[in-house]
Design a protein around this ligand. Structure first.
Ligand code: ADP
Ligand code: ASP
Ligand code: MG
Length: 406
């Protein structure tokens, strides 16, 4: 059985016209003799009546202190509505659409509500339905614990649902339909010159996603790599060919004629609303240990870590600022927090061992008046912490400096 998983994001199913367009795409796949398994996100973006953010705001308006298990039940409603509506659009066109929850699709998770991890997938139900000629439409972002409690897979988690089902069903391809023409050299909302990348390896796109490129969820990429399943990112609204994601060697051998000279950098990603924390104390083993223990106990994750003799500098996300301030006050630490920063990262496997990339970044940003608060690097990334207000400017400067639109 040749199975293709087709995932449609919230904007792809935002209107009746779009849902009909999506249903026609799914049916076109079915007509080729392949078996589509559809994964769908909640309808629309924040503000739309059944979008995930709208449901969260609705819950918070009622009361603040939610049990995470129950918040998951509310959040899961958006995808349930979407799956039922889309499967009915398929039925209206004369095909056997059927809506399935995460549980009915066999997606079993642990009980970390809000960010659950898939522990097992039993694809039997879906396979039985495919044999009976159904087109299953599965709620993205959703699984269930062994006890049958509903869980969600973390924001943006419908991509994860798609690849985890692709792996379990041994699909020949997972197609992710969204509102851009593919993976691009930067977020096109920030950089108008950004260009579609035709082929990209799992490792580079994983790094991009980890560093903020929202176009696909990093967990989804890791699963696709593990299952050796090619991913295709496509635009629901256009016929653009999209981006193929696979092992770098696979596509570079197969499509080498299409790949122009490899650039040092592949793309730029960014994450807004990061906060830089500096904690001051002379090198003291006891204080160091106290700080580390408190961060672990309070479950605060830190990034961009630079430790000096007289101060420790790192970044945190918005959700942890209050917790962090309280912890530092309670323990009497001297500290300073620079709020509303942005981490801008350049990514490229070809950068490894090439000298002067950091210098080029620092020089080009400084020349244009972008203040760099911190830097860090790995074998295939260089990140700079800057002020939120400079994000767009910095992304455009670096995009140009490294010729990414050529
Ligand atoms: P969906 O609802 O379909 O899952 P998302 O909003 O999660 O869509 O992801 C698509 C968005 O990702 C695009 O609208 C785009 O603004 C953003 N994006 C960020 N970085 C990139 C990139 N490098 N390439 C393409 N899109 C990107
Ligand atoms: N609807 C969920 C979210 O907004 C999952 C997804 O869209 O991937 O996070
Ligand atoms: Mg998404």
């Amino acid at each position: 059985m040749d199975i293709i998983v087709q995932k449609f994001g919230g904007t792809s199913v935002a209107t009746k016209e779009l849902r009909e367009k999506v249903a026609r795409k799914i049916i076109a796949t079915k007509k080729t003799g392949k078996h589509p398994v559809v994964v769908v996100s909640a309808i629309g973006r924040s503000g739309a009546p059944y979008a995930t953010d709208t449901l969260i705001n609705f819950a918070n308006d009622a009361y603040k202190e939610y049990d995470s298990r129950e918040l998951d039940m509310i959040m899961a409603c958006g995808e349930i509505i979407s799956a039922v509506i889309l499967s009915n659009a398929i039925k209206a066109m004369g095909y056997k659409g059927i809506a399935l929850t995460g549980y009915q699709a066999g997606i079993m998770t642990d009980d970390r509500y809000g960010d659950a991890e898939v522990i097992k997938v039993d694809p039997k139900n879906i396979i039985d339905l495919l044999r009976q000629d159904y087109i299953p439409v599965v709620t993205g972002f959703q699984g269930a614990t062994e006890k049958g409690d509903i869980t969600t897979l973390g924001r943006g988690g419908s991509d994860t649902s798609a690849t985890i089902l692709g792996e379990a069903l041994k699909a020949s391809m997972v197609e992710i339909y969204t509102d851009v023409d593919g993976v691009m050299t930067a977020d096109p909302r920030l950089v108008a010159e950004a260009k579609v990348i035709d082929y990209i390896g799992y490792d580079e796109i994983y790094q991009m996603a980890e560093d903020g490129a929202k176009v696909v969820h990093p967990r989804a990429v890791a699963i696709a790599k593990r299952g050796n399943i090619p991913l295709k990112i496509k635009n629901t609204l256009s016929d653009a060919p999209g981006t193929i994601i696979h092992h770098e060697t696979t596509y570079s051998n197969k499509y080498s004629k299409n790949i122009s000279k490899k650039k040092i950098l592949t793309a730029i990603a960014h994450k807004n609303n990061i906060h830089q924390v500096s904690v001051y104390f002379e090198d003291s083993v006891a204080l160091n240990e106290l700080l580390m223990n408190e961060l672990t106990n309070k479950e605060i994750s830190i990034d961009l870590i630079n430790f000096f003799i007289d101060k420790k500098v790192f970044t945190i996300e918005s959700k942890d600022v209050e917790k962090m301030e309280k912890m530092l006050e309670e323990n009497g630490f001297k500290y300073n927090i620079i709020k509303n920063c942005s981490k801008i990262t350049v990514i490229g496997n070809a950068m490894k061992g090439i000298p002067g990339v950091m210098a080029k970044i620092v020089k080009s940003l400084s020349r244009e008046g972008v203040k760099i608060l911190q830097t860090s690097d790995s074998h295939n990334t260089i990140s700079c912490l800057i002020n939120n207000k400079d994000t767009q400017k910095a992304a455009n400067i670096l995009h140009k400096e490294f010729n990414l639109s050529k």
